[in-house]
Design a protein around this ligand. Structure first.
Ligand SMILES: CC(C)(COP(=O)([O-])OP(=O)([O-])OC[C@H]1O[C@@H](n2cnc3c(N)ncnc32)[C@H](O)[C@@H]1OP(=O)([O-])[O-])[C@@H](O)C(=O)NCCC(=O)NCCSC(=O)C[C@@](C)(O)CC(=O)[O-]
Length: 312
């Protein structure tokens, strides 16, 4: 039974942006076939997910696991949910070359990704933060001209694997730059999962000086087991979009030691308990997570999923 929350600060509905097929698999060392990725996407749709980041138009030399981006997009075109627009499939596009590939593949939503740390920006996309913003300008202009929505990411919002602590003001500066350029939503990534709730609150408060909380998403990796607590803190501040990854898949190729995103199953379990709507069927979601985990030869990294699977 879904209990209605008595905390008036919490939203009544949350948008989940599923990271599994992209952030979740980009760092996977073993090959994952295009067919398995597509089957995962089918199962996530069946579970009720409406925003599924499908792939990344990045260099296959840098991220080999995303090299089948053209095949993924070609297959998605035949999905009824892509045709009728009932499910969004955003894809990463770090530059104009990536955007052109995504557009040719029929993308209706793309995402540019910056960082709040200079060192991470260099390691991840081979340029400074300022250069990355310059690179995004023509991408966002071209997207606007084509009626394509653009999401923006800021990585390392609560810490950097190379620089340590990151000032909330720096996060705010980069988030503002993305929002001012025309990103409809800015996702704030705790890339290495080091944050704790008070730090998360301070960071959101700093960003909210420039970007309305209704336009923010939180993107927590669960390296230190703090993701759900951090998400709750962000929900209380008015953030109502959460990035998460089925079965807790993932890790970033340029963030050594970072584990996956918070598991979508754990997030949905918590939100169900709070009486917050997501439109996602937890049973089907757990099955989708079990499917991809079996393909990868391991158990889901989700407490809720493992507990529910054990009951079967
Ligand atoms: C950004 C680049 C491309 C710059 O890479 P670069 O080497 O600086 O680019 P370049 O413009 O000098 O070009 C070099 C070569 O790359 C090619 N190239 C150039 N652009 C593309 C493209 N779009 N797609 C495919 N190929 C491309 C280009 O054509 C050329 O090919 P060559 O002539 O040598 O054969 C590179 O650094 C890259 O691909 N990095 C990968 C970044 C990445 O995917 N990181 C992981 C995702 S971000 C993340 O996970 C964080 C997030 C979002 O989840 C939030 C969080 O948790 O914090």
């Amino acid at each position: 039974m879904v209990m209605v929350s008595d905390n008036p600060a919490l939203p009544t509905h949350v948008k989940i942006v599923e990271m599994g097929p992209r952030d979740g698999l980009q760092n996977e060392k073993q090959p994952v076939s295009t067919e398995v990725k597509l089957e995962l996407i089918r199962r996530l749709i069946d579970a009720g997910e409406k925003h599924i980041e499908a792939t990344a138009f990045v260099s296959p030399k840098w991220v080999p696991q995303m090299a089948d981006h053209h095949e993924i997009m070609a297959a998605l075109k035949s999905f009824p949910e892509a045709q009728d627009g009932s499910v969004w499939f955003p894809v990463l596009t770090p530059n104009l070359k990536g955007f052109e590939g995504a557009l040719a593949g029929g993308a209706k939503e793309v995402a540019v990704f910056a960082a709040a740390s200079e060192s991470f920006s260099q390691k991840n996309i081979n340029c400074s933060i300022a250069e990355s913003i310059e690179r995004f300008k023509p991408v966002i202009e071209a997207a606007k001209a084509q009626g394509v929505k653009v999401r923006g990411y800021v990585s390392c919002v609560l810490g950097c694997p190379f620089e340590g602590n990151i000032a909330p003001e720096k996060v705010a500066e980069v988030a503002k730059a993305l929002y001012d350029l025309g990103c409809y939503e800015v996702s704030l990534g705790d890339t290495i999962g080091v944050g704790t709730p008070n730090k998360a609150r301070a960071m959101i408060a700093a960003v909210a000086e420039y970007v309305p909380t209704s336009k923010l998403a939180c993107h927590f990796h669960d390296t230190y087991g703090q993701a759900l607590a951090n998400i709750y803190a962000c929900l209380e501040l008015g953030v109502a979009t959460i990035d998460s990854s089925v079965a807790g898949l993932g890790g970033c190729p340029y963030a050594p030691g970072a584990t996956g995103n918070v598991a979508t199953e754990d997030v949905v379990y918590m939100l169900n308990g709070l009486g917050i709507e997501t439109g996602i069927d937890l049973t089907k979601l757990v099955d989708a997570g079990a499917y991809i985990s079996e393909q990868l030869g391991r158990r889901p990294v989700s407490r809720a999923a493992n507990a529910l699977l054990a009951k079967k």
